[in-house]
Design a protein around this ligand. Sequence first.
Ligand SMILES: [Zn+2]
Length: 321
Amino acid sequence: MDNRELKLIFQKRRDKAQRDLESRRHEIYEGIPKIKEIDKHINKLGLGIAMAAIKHPDTAKLEMKAIEEEIKMLKRERAISLTEHNIPHDYLSLHFQCDKCEDTGFVDGKPCSCYKQEMIKYSYKHSNITDVLDRENFSSFDLNVFSDEYNDKYKTTPRQHMKEVLSLAESFVHNFDNSRNNLLFYGQTGLGKTFLCNCIAKALLDKNHTVLYQTAFRIIDTISHYRFSNKKTPEMRFQYDMLISCDLLIIDDLGTEMINSFSTTELFNIINTRLLEDKKTIISTNFTPMQLSENYSERITSRLFGNYEFIAFYGKDLRWE
Ligand SMILES: [Zn+2]
């Protein structure tokens, strides 16, 4: 994936930190000319150190020590002067948005938490889901679109049923940190599965959880890209790791991916690892529970039947109403 845009975000943050510092400095220099003089002096001495090292390497050590001592004194004088004017001691140093990584996005070569958050926002932006989440969330969920015709098979009306599903989804969000629930939405297209996934995603993103929402097709694509690439970029590794490490993974449209031994092995791996690591997952599928067991290995379906709450979606296709 192309992450120039992401790099640019961090570059802009560092530039801003630099610009802000310069404008603070300018302001201080105007108000307290003495500080300007001291800084000028310090810069000159700094240059002196560099010159000494080049010109007389033999005696440089002694000379450098003397200069360093002088710089130290000047800095002390500067600090006192700032304090006298009630200016915070770090006013003339760089202020980053994230102190952990100083807006580079990485700590010891590993993505910083701020980077992960940006990455998620970025992937949401590129899946056009940010717009969707503005439209499809718990406050825009309208139970009235569901029919109130009695359904013989389910012994209730779709509307009544959805009311229960909705409250289950809300409690899923509410108890997100201290429950072990995983959800599986099944039913035909157009019955509100994706809408409800969006509601949950939005609510958890608003609570600063990392949520990854991807179709099964995309997930398998990401994994095979990662597995079969000779040159694994940090972004590829990150995308892959996120499948396991995000707080909530929403696997949309399970069953529309190419189902073969590679994809089922990888799928099992994700589902199983997330269960072991106590990470929650929501799956939505057009398959019935029966079709799931026909299409997936026993290893996968036993994990699903054993650890997921199955929720049926039924009624009339809402897209035509
Ligand atoms: Zn950071």
